[in-house]
Design a protein. Structure first.
Length: 331
């Protein structure tokens, strides 16, 4: 298991990252009969009796596939054990903000728990990506899990055990503000309406408070947190978003000031669109970050839903013209 004592020889970046996955896990009420008897995934209330027993079962399944995990117990607490393992183990916990909401005919016969699993810090390389894939595959193969509008995918990007110097944070915030419209187009509208993710809002999609000295954040995280993304248990989607987050911070670390601010001054007033000569598209932004695979992945989705995307961009342009700025576009 990797931890941030030093990057592996294959690491693409000296930056570290971590993910927080929020999800719902279903069990049967005690004595209930499964409506899907051919499904081999666990739903037995005797085994999955409460949040802690669920997490301990997940812990065993993860350790069977070589993933170290620690349960953050809900009733009595084991904060010292969690703190001792935070650098190497995935942390399993409950999440009271995750709610089943209105259940469908497929879910109302189950009892669902709001859960969260948090990775240790990894250097960004093939081994760390495989670890994320293994965790997601283990959850989906062994349990009835799903996501909804109350769940989120949070990504933390850091500099090992170090913080970031002020010029890097300045660059990061300047890039994030300039291209916020392009970033938000990657997110479904329901996510943007239910959660405040725009810069300038109380719960902004980017959180840099963990970097405030003397690093008072939970478990000593010294990271930039990305929390715009809706919940997902699709490992491909998770890793594409992680790549974008890492590359954005990497750009802020390495870009030359003159080059950066010349580009930002040119792009900040340009509209977003689908390749118009004077527009800056989401694909343009991702290519500039060094994310060609992600430009293709998300570009296909945007093009397949072109009418809705154009409606969103038109609405954003109208808000800007009325003096609303682009800080709260799409909210």
């Amino acid at each position: 298991m990797l931890n941030p004592t030093g990057p592996s020889p294959e690491a693409e970046s000296r930056l570290t990252f971590g993910v927080e996955l929020e999800f719902l896990l279903a069990t049967l009420p005690e004595g209930g009969e499964t409506p899907h008897p051919s499904d081999s995934r666990k739903v037995d209330a005797k085994i999955l009796a409460d949040e802690d027993s669920i997490n301990h079962d997940i812990q065993r399944k993860l350790e069977e596939v070589g993933i170290l995990a620690t349960v953050k117990e809900s009733e009595f607490g084991n904060d010292n054990e969690v703190a001792a393992n935070i650098a190497t183990n995935w942390i399993l916990k409950t999440d009271c903000t995750v709610d089943p909401g209105k259940q469908s005919s497929n879910t109302r016969k189950y009892f669902e728990y709001g859960m969260e699993i948090i990775s240790p810090p990894y250097y960004y390389d093939d081994a760390s990506r495989r670890a994320v894939e293994t965790v997601v595959r283990t959850l989906r193969y062994n349990y009835l899990v799903r996501v909804n509008e109350t769940t989120g995918l949070h990504v933390h990007v850091g500099n090992g055990y170090h913080g970031f110097e002020w010029p890097i944070l300045r660059n990061f915030m300047a890039i994030a503000w300039t291209y916020e419209r392009q970033i938000l187009l990657l997110m479904p509208e329901i996510r943007l309406k239910n959660v405040c993710v725009a810069l300038g809002t109380r719960n902004a999609g980017f959180n840099i408070s963990n970097l405030a000295p003397p690093f008072r954040s939970t478990f000593g995280k010294r990271t930039i947190e990305f929390r715009q993304h809706p919940g997902t248990l699709d490992s491909e989607g998770i890793l594409h978003w992680v790549h974008i987050c890492v590359k954005l911070v990497e750009k802020a670390c390495h870009v030359k000031d003159e080059e950066l601010f010349e580009r930002l001054r040119a792009d900040v007033e340009r509209p977003i669109g689908f390749g118009d000569e004077n527009s800056v598209t989401t694909v343009d932004y991702l290519m500039w970050l060094g994310c060609p695979a992600q430009a293709y992945y998300y570009g296909k989705k945007l093009i397949s839903d072109k009418v809705r995307v154009e409606k969103r961009t038109k609405g954003a342009a109208e808000k800007t013209a009325m003096g609303g700025g682009h800080v709260v576009d799409f909210i």
